[in-house]
Design a protein around this ligand. Structure first.
Ligand code: GDP
Length: 585
């Protein structure tokens, strides 16, 4: 079996990939012919041969194309420990759970994080609790638990969009007086898409108008059925302000953690995730790291995305200097050469030379094709993916159900559409992050995209599709699932020229002497020849010369000679239009 994490969570098989890998090695890991990997890279505009090295991002996207979930592996070369491999996961020590708090604004996330921090520090640390980094560890009955300090699903999903998942359990805070609100629904869907278990904290039960029963009903309507009602969602009533129910909540978080069997090898070279990073005027670049595996030590050489460096000093969440950090421990480190990006994965390497060469490789531009319906369609027809994740936004609530029902009915035995989030309103940045993290697309029905979301979609290469008629939407998703949706192209005009003279060339060939009137003429262009406003030929340029020299392009105001593939019938006065076809979906 390919899945190297049996028994934990269902999902695509996982593979570990190093920061740099050759096409051949990647093909071996993915158990496919190298030519298939090469073809897949070509689709992304990357021309690579079998022995060429590609970076982790490119390799992981390619692995995803073949249905694998890739995660970064530490460099094994100088690895002192093979414990994990040799003995299997069962023998590894337990690590503390990492928890993110989510919920609607003002439902009490910050208050809850504060009360846990304040009530669960040891006496000698009490003075230092105001100083904190992007995460903290609390000590509860001798057991540690790590909380990420940026509550909310955006930060959580932004990390996932960068390919890292740090959270083991989501604590969903719902105010008992307010009930389930739009961001509660978003948080649930973001956690579900990440396949992270949810523990519900019904907060503000001290308020006179608190109605926990209504919250339970609302959650059940969303598919989160609490244990008391026969479901499997743990639900704890609390008052963050009065400190009520907090120990009960923590106990339940440990219970869920125990079910998840969270383990990590503390003896290997460390790896983990950048939680946050900033530039300190006096200290230089600072980064908060969460160690996920291994033990991070002072003096270790770390690479995180485009940043690298030797760790000069480490501080724990209370600002105290430490020399090492074990799995699930957040630490602030000093020594990186630049400000790292939050969400980036970090690894420890044997020496600075290797670190530098990996960083150089990672600085190559990362081509990322947009995940659009037609892109999915071709992946489905190649048999690479089986599920199409969709975020659906509509103008009115009433449109959601009919579209959802119709879309989920589509597909074949092998391919299905999965609607991972629905809501009415415009398409937001949070939607884009969710689609990016779930490798899905967004469908907007009669609803616009907010400007910020358009920008983010370009960066994250997420396809947004707008529809105003349901049948067309259904038809496109249906074709996608059957692998039949063709990409849509638009012709973009880039230049226009007029034929002023005709020269014979070779036996049958002819060259047109043209004057470029606007834009530019360029060698790899598609060209249309127009005579009296009618297209008489649609072909490609075969040669482009100025003064007998081959040239790549000719600007407006200049003359040049050109040949067209399969066309010799030029007449003076013909208009040549230069254009390119651009994919627009
Ligand atoms: P966040 O936006 O989810 O982080 O919410 P906050 O933690 O900032 O809380 C919003 C407001 O609700 C603040 O005025 C809190 O004091 C208040 N609040 C939080 N928890 C409780 C609670 O258990 N009971 C009551 N009565 N108020 C609370």
């Amino acid at each position: 079996m390919d899945d190297n994490k049996p028994g934990l969570k269902k999902g695509p098989p996982q593979v570990e990939l190093p920061p740099a890998i050759t096409v051949k090695q990647l093909a071996d890991i993915l158990k496919v012919e190298p030519i298939k990997v090469i073809k897949q890279l070509m689709r992304k505009g990357i021309m690579a041969n079998v022995n060429q090295t590609i970076d982790f991002d490119t390799a992981s996207i390619t692995a995803a194309d073949f249905g694998y979930d890739a995660k970064a592996a530490k460099e094994r070369k100088a690895s002192p420990s093979r414990k994990e491999k040799g003995k299997g996961k069962g023998k590894l020590p337990v690590r503390p759970p990492v928890v993110t708090v989510m919920g609607h604004v003002d439902h009490g996330k910050t208050t809850l994080l504060d009360v846990i921090r304040k009530t669960n520090v040891t006496a000698h640390e009490a003075g230092a609790i105001t100083q904190h980094i992007g995460a903290y560890q609390a000590l509860v009955n001798g057991r540690e638990i790590t909380f990420l300090d940026t509550p909310g699903h955006e930060a959580f999903t932004a990390m996932r969009a960068r390919g890292t998942q740090v959270t083991d359990i989501v604590t969903l805070v719902v105010a008992a007086d307010d009930g389930v609100m739009p961001q509660t629904v978003e948080a649930i869907n973001h956690a579900k898409a990440a396949k992270v278990p949810i523990v519900v904290a019904i907060n503000k039960i001290d308020k006179p108008d608190a109605n926990p029963e209504r919250v339970k009903q609302q959650l059940a309507d969303l598919g989160l059925v609490i244990e008391e009602w026969g479901g499997d969602t743990v639900c704890v009533p609390i008052s963050a302000r009065q400190g009520q129910g907090i120990s009960d909540l923590l106990e339940n978080l440990f219970l869920v953690a125990d079910i998840l069997e969270l383990k990590a090898d503390p003896d290997s070279a460390a790896e983990g995730v950048i939680i946050e990073a900033k530039l300190d005027k006096t200290k230089g670049p600072l980064a908060t790291l969460l160690v996920q595996k291994g033990t991070l030590k002072r003096g270790d050489v770390v690479v995180a995305g485009g940043a690298w460096g030797k760790i000069k000093a480490m501080f724990d969440d209370k600002g105290k200097q430490v020399h090492k950090a074990e799995p699930s421990t957040p630490v602030e480190v000093l020594g990186l050469n630049e400000v790292a990006k939050s969400g980036d994965h970090f690894i420890v390497l044997p020496d600075e030379h290797e670190a530098r060469s990996i960083v150089e490789k990672q600085k190559y531009p990362r081509p990322r094709p947009t995940l659009s319906l037609s892109a999915f369609s071709s992946q489905i027809s190649d048999g690479q993916i089986k599920e199409l994740n969709i975020v659906l936004k509509t103008d009115v609530e009433g449109s959601i159900e009919p579209i959802k029902t119709s879309v989920e009915r589509l597909g074949t035995e092998k391919t299905k559409a999965r609607i991972i989030h629905t809501a009415s309103g415009s398409i937001t940045e949070s939607d884009v992050l969710l689609a990016a993290a779930s490798k899905g697309i967004i469908i907007g029905f009669n609803t616009p995209t907010s400007p910020g979301a358009t920008q983010l979609a370009n960066v994250e290469a997420v396809g947004i599709h707008h529809y105003d008629v349901i049948y067309k939407l259904i038809e496109d998703v249906d074709k996608t699932l059957k692998g039949l949706l063709e990409p849509t192209y638009a012709e973009v005009l880039s230049g226009r020229a007029e034929v002023r003279a005709i020269f014979p060339r070779g036996k049958l060939g002819k060259i047109a002497g043209v004057y470029v009137m606007e834009g530019k003429a360029w060698r790899d262009a598609q060209v249309k020849t127009l005579r009296q406003n009618k297209v008489i030929c649609d072909s490609r340029i075969s040669s482009l010369k100025r003064f007998k020299e081959d040239v790549a392009e000719v600007s407006a105001g200049l003359e040049c000679g050109l040949g067209i593939e399969g066309f010799v019938d030029f007449q003076t006065g013909d208009i040549i239009e230069f254009y390119r076809r651009e994919r627009i979906d």
